[in-house]
Design a binder for this molecule. Sequence first.
Ligand SMILES: O=C(O)[C@@H](CO)OP(=O)(O)O
Length: 249
Amino acid sequence: MTAVGTLVLLRHGESTWNAQNLFTGWVDVPLSEDGEAEARRGGELLAANELLPDVLHTSLLRRAISTANISLDVAERHWIPVRRHWRLNERHYGALQGKNKKQTMETYGEEQFMLWRRSYDTPPPEIDPGDPYSQEGDPRYADLGDEMPRTECLKDVVARLLPYWESSVVPDLRAGRTVLVAAHGNSLRAMVKHLDGISDQDIASLNIPTGIPLRYDLDENLRPENPGGTYLDPEAAERAAASVASQGR
Ligand SMILES: O=C(O)[C@@H](CO)OP(=O)(O)O
């Protein structure tokens, strides 16, 4: 079967809050210097593999936007059309946004910490609208109304991501375009869960590394011909995914 579409998933490079081990979610933090370097490396990998995106989809958060800009600039694809949507945002981390991961684990214990961080359907407590890390009143979310989350578990992310996948990403894939999705650890875990048909249990142990393009060749049913996708730098991806898994320790 010939692949109908090529999808490239790119988690943003390290952010300043990744570097400080803080729960981030919808807080709009920038890339760290290392994160910018990862984004440049991501662009080099795209160019070296002749994997040149025709269209970009990003979240509304600058760590994903900047990563895509830097990578595409390096790959000489800075000019491609872009669509941005909140449905590609990171999982909203509720009241944990801005909290240190290690301290959270020490305060609540490893079981509760992992339940909030990786269980499929247990969201963290809701964020208070007056919390300094709440997005209440942020103009970019003015149209969300009742859909504005105050916390999310991965199941919630899957539910809000899939309408965008169907309405906006799938048509680009079906048109034969190479589609770059620049997003986040948990919004991409939601996408990979859908693509690979991963169970609610097994998704807990899947972690996506920062800054390494993950390629999927999709058949006409939009099922991966290469299940699990193919990282353009598999060794670096394995090391980096293990480091995401161990955050908090
Ligand atoms: O803090 C976050 O928003 C995410 C991604 O950095 O963290 P985690 O990997 O713990 O879900």
